[in-house]
Design a protein around this ligand. Structure first.
Ligand SMILES: NC(=O)c1ccc[n+]([C@@H]2O[C@H](COP(=O)([O-])OP(=O)(O)OC[C@H]3O[C@@H](n4cnc5c(N)ncnc54)[C@H](OP(=O)(O)O)[C@@H]3O)[C@@H](O)[C@H]2O)c1
Length: 217
């Protein structure tokens, strides 16, 4: 599948590498400076499976777009795609951002009770089908989501039930147990869930080498 990954940092670089290597997907990184040494080095490691350009060029290339910019850059990145493509009708957009801001006690969610980043992204990305996913664990776990044979979980929230199986499959290609978490408004739950991972990892001594999984009986 042709994938646009907007941002090529910790999350974007890890996802692009994993999807190219594990599932043979074709990656187009959409970044502010496609010629930067860092982006060019990343593209080289993926051989013929990856290229880099602007966010708009990446979006034009791909069926699915994965948003991995800092939250503060998300609206501008989406606007750059819309300015060039018109609207984003027909595109599936996976939103991996978390709306983090520094508060009096450290990192916290900047929004959450009555609106989520996922819903804001849907408002900006007119025409696209937005799914909230790939935000609830650390980037290194996106490269290695299986712990002693147990798949860690990755939730997918979105309103487009027709395209949701495609998104679940793409998330599953990484090695996660991909779980349908309901409509896009449940991004409010997934962003709070991400905050729990971040708090435990960065402030409660758990470190980054663990993830949530589902146990059943
Ligand atoms: N880090 C994690 O473990 C983790 C896990 C889950 C979710 N998240 C979320 O994922 C997002 C990215 O996190 P990260 O750690 O990958 O951040 P990062 O390493 O700082 O990478 C962000 C990337 O976005 C690019 N970017 C910035 N503005 C852009 C724009 N307008 N258009 C296109 N690309 C742009 C940056 O390029 P430049 O470097 O050139 O500015 C960089 O490549 C955040 O929203 C974060 O909350 C992070």
């Amino acid at each position: 599948m042709k994938l646009a990954i907007i941002g090529a940092g910790n999350v974007g670089g890890t996802l692009g590498t994993a999807w190219a290597h594990k599932a043979g997907h074709e990656i187009f990184f959409g970044v502010t400076d496609p010629k930067s040494d860092k982006t060019q080095a990343l593209v080289r490691t993926l051989g013929g499976k990856a290229q880099a350009g602007t966010a708009a060029e990446a979006a034009r290339f791909a069926e699915m777009i994965v948003l991995t910019t800092p939250w503060q850059a998300a609206e501008a990145a989406i606007r750059a795609m819309r300015d060039s493509l018109g609207d984003l009708t027909g595109k599936i957009l996976l939103d991996a951002t978390n709306p983090l801001a520094m508060g009096p006690d450290g990192l916290q969610l900047a929004i959450g009770h009555s609106i989520s980043a996922g819903e804001k992204v849907q408002g900006w990305a007119k025409g696209a089908s937005v799914f909230k996913t790939l935000n609830t664990t650390g980037f290194a776990n996106m490269a290695s989501p299986i712990f002693d044979g147990v798949k860690s979980v990755m939730f997918v929230a979105g309103d487009d039930t027709a395209n949701k199986p495609k998104v679940l499959k793409l998330v599953g290609d990484l090695g996660f147990e991909a779980i349908d978490a309901g409509p896009l408004r449940n991004a409010r739950l997934l962003e709070a869930h991400a905050m729990l991972w971040i708090d435990l990892a960065l402030s409660r001594g758990q470190g980054r080498d663990w993830a949530f999984a589902i146990l059943r009986r």
